[in-house]
Design a protein around this ligand. Sequence first.
Ligand SMILES: *Cc1c(COP(=O)(O)O)cnc(C)c1O
Length: 230
Amino acid sequence: MNPFKDARNHVIDQIQSACARVQRDPATVELLAVSKTHPSSAIRDMYELGQRCFGENYLQEALDKIQALKDLNIEWHFIGHVQRNKTKSLAEHFDWVHGVDRLIIAERLSSQRAEHAADLNICLQVNIDHQQTKDGCPPEDVAELVQTISRLPKLKLRGIMVIPAPEHAEAFEAAKTLFDAVKAQHAHPEQWDTLSMGMSADLNAAIAAGSTIVRIGTALFGARNYSQGV
Ligand SMILES: *Cc1c(COP(=O)(O)O)cnc(C)c1O
């Protein structure tokens, strides 16, 4: 018996009911399994259930898992804060990077992505509710960043990623408004297709507002135990 079967089915049910309430097609919402702090064996179990997209926050931990699981056809998403000295490894080993919040990060990812590799999918992380301690660019900077970053080779800028404070569910609506405003001005609007928002505790509100990728850790894998290391 797969230890994650019930949890994954439950999350999929939640996504389907959240979509039904606002008459969205559930196929428009991707489930990203956030596997940080959980061992490779847990990812293998989740993969066996049909899960293909996994999200990691910590580079070294992620690289170890990518190596251990290279026999599987996993789409790897980096969802942590992107430090400048980590871009080369990200460009080499990931399919998606959600936390791009400065031009220099995009420029480095672009120049460090191998010529033969597929374009790296990226999202702009936006500090949508103006939190003081959070990463992400100010909403006012998004339009210009999109213009500049869209010209860089080997990247596909797909949309925005937000992590609102728990009490700021209305920030999902603000993210959707910003997303739509950029799309309306975009030279290739069909490429601007991703709104990465919603975690275990707030996926309903995120889906109601228009999320296209929900990043779910706890509801799939159970509580994280940081003290044991990884
Ligand atoms: C850890 C994390 C998640 C998953 O959070 P849960 O509450 O466990 O679902 C999602 N997004 C980001 C950016 C994270 O760091």
